[in-house]
Design a protein around this ligand. Structure first.
Ligand code: ADP
Length: 537
């Protein structure tokens, strides 16, 4: 028997309608390149979004065409987030920290028809613009500056769009709405294609209390770039709910962010661990300088958030970190480190240990993990590769048949992350399969060693990776950045680690360095470290 509920399509124009009807007076705030703040309302934002949608179609962009963005986090980017899918075209956010070579590859692979570029980013764009085949380049101008010849001015284009001519996309919710390439930490960038339905469902589950627990009253500042997995969905989720949203523009340094947190009374923010390490150092150096009493949740993901960092924020500054795990292929939220009622009754240290895990799967995300001997037990000890499935998990890569082995025959996505799962369903990421250190018959988790090392008072950053060994095949080595004015030694660090690790896991060698090479989204470039210290990438 068929149910008698409406066949209501979950599309992005439904979110636009809700914003228009329910919270058109709420604010969208942007830090501009000249550091001043631009403020307008969701009402104005949606009007401009409609104008953009009409203007792009007048330019010849059709449903299914890809429109790339090469932009920081700001209000025009939010207009594009909705204005492109609003008529069935596909938003393609480009990671502006990638190499010119990767960007050229990605734009041509995606066959983008139009690219929208921030004027402040034109010097970066110049490095690959002659090698890409787009029909139009649209520039988001800096106030008062002329746009280069041959390129269109975003503001002029938008002004020519008549919002009354706007017709929302009302097709199948499974139609592509957005696209994002993996940042290529492991291999060539691969295209992930999100649908209207996947974005709407991801927004719903992100928002709810077992997710990021967002409310209309929240003031959300995504530090995570809008080109890094759609800023973890926050622009969509905030628009759906009517949260005040704050975009930091090009200013991601700790003092600029802290100033915005304080002045705008930010309640929820999100970013990768390197951002929070920088913020922690500034807060430690000047305790009490910033009033962050409104800030109730800092979402951390992209790399592991060490227990020591979570504890330092909580105990020294009263700030709460929520650890989440995800990937480009998972939209990205896959799991969240929310404590169950049972764990909330446990000792504080146990709670910190759980908060440092990557958490339990979000609703509708199913998990399992597999080792060479089959699916692993959920015992918190056995390691295996995490597999996931769910409504916002990729089922294939865009135009990339050779990646078919990333998907199992029964329809799960193989994440490439090596994990344990415990009896309470908490996932702990031990490593990416390429980074796990295979010493003799044992696997050593580089992530566990890094998280522990950062707890040492002299250590500012630590990356652990495999170096070749004649007898054991691989052994761990650590590159350590020391805090200013601090010193330590290999022996001291290994004695510090010893109580928490089996002896064979302790690093054989240490290098004390000024900086650890990082990827475009702030992860350690372990392939570079492995090569530098005698191994293969
Ligand atoms: P890329 O694949 O190019 O690094 P992604 O942003 O998609 O770009 O990275 C996803 C990967 O980041 C995951 O597979 C995992 O290895 C790592 N990751 C994400 N969140 C966490 C986390 N909270 N803890 C540890 N690793 C994480």
């Amino acid at each position: 028997m068929k149910g008698l509920m409406m066949n209501y399509q979950l599309t992005l124009p439904t979110i636009m309608r809700r914003a228009e009807m329910l919270h058109s007076k709420k604010e969208v705030i942007t830090r501009l390149p000249d550091k001043s703040l631009h403020r307008y309302t969701y009402g104005e934002c949606i009007t401009r979004t409609k104008k953009l949608s009409v203007a792009l179609q007048q330019l010849g962009v059709k449903a299914g065409d890809r429109v790339a963005t090469f932009c920081w986090n700001h209000y025009q980017h939010l207009e594009i987030y909705f204005g492109v899918p609003a008529f069935g075209a596909v938003l393609h956010t480009l990671n502006l920290r990638l190499s010119a070579e990767d960007l050229e590859y990605i734009v041509n692979h995606a066959a983008d028809k139009v690219i929208i570029v921030d004027q402040v980013l034109l010097p970066l764009f110049d490095k690959f613009k002659d090698k890409i085949k787009v029909k139009h380049v649209i520039v988001i101008p800096n106030a008062g500056q002329p746009v280069p010849e041959g390129m269109l001015n975003y503001e002029e284009l938008l002004a020519a769009g008549d919002e009354k001519k706007y017709v929302p996309f009302e097709g199948d919710e499974n139609t592509a709405a957005a696209m994002c390439y993996t940042s290529g930490t492991t291999g060539k960038p691969k295209g992930v294609l999100y649908s209207h339905r996947s974005i709407v469902l991801h927004s719903m589950v992100s928002a709810y209390a077992e997710g990021l627990s967002l409310l209309e009253s929240d003031v959300v500042l995504p530090v995570v770039p809008m080109f890094h997995v759609n800023a973890w969905g926050l622009p969509f989720t905030s628009t759906m709910l009517g949260c005040t949203i704050i975009f930091p523009g090009p200013y991601l340094d700790p003092p600029s962010l802290l100033e915005l947190f304080e002045n705008e009374k930010v309640t929820v923010t999100a970013g990768v661990p390197t951002i929070w390490l920088g913020i922690l150092n500034v807060l430690d150096a000047a305790p009490g300088k910033y009033n962050l009493s409104a800030l109730r949740c800092m979402v951390v993901g992209g790399s592991a958030a060490p227990a020591a960092v979570i504890k330092s924020f909580q105990e020294r500054h009263g700030l709460s970190i929520l650890h989440a795990w995800g990937m480009t292929e998972t939209s990205p939220i896959g799991s969240l480190g929310i404590l169950t009622g049972e764990i909330q009754k446990e000792d504080k240290e146990v709670q910190y240990a759980y908060r440092a895990k990557q958490g339990r799967p979000a609703s509708f995300v199913e998990i399992r993990a597999r080792s060479e001997s089959g699916l692993i037990p959920w015992d918190g000890k056995t390691m295996g590769e995490l597999e996931v499935r769910g409504p916002w998990i990729a089922s294939a890569y865009y135009n990339s048949e050779e990646e078919a082995d990333k998907f199992t025959a029964d329809g799960w996505f193989r994440t490439g992350d090596i994990v344990t799962i415990d009896s309470r369903a908490y996932i702990e990421i031990k490593d990416r399969s390429k980074d796990v250190i295979k010493s003799g018959g044992e696997w050593i988790s580089s992530v566990a060693l890094e998280s522990a090392l950062i707890g040492h008072p002299a250590v500012a950053e630590a990356a652990v990776f495999a170096i070749p060994h004649e007898k054991w095949v691989e052994r761990p080595m650590a590159c350590v950045v020391l805090k200013e004015g601090k010193t330590t030694t290999q022996d001291e660090l290994n004695s510090f680690l010893a109580p928490h690790f089996a002896k064979f896991s302790l690093p054989d060698a240490y290098a004390f360095v000024k900086e650890i090479p990082k990827t475009s989204v702030g992860k350690f470039k372990k392939s570079v470290l492995r090569e530098q210290y005698g191994g293969s990438a």
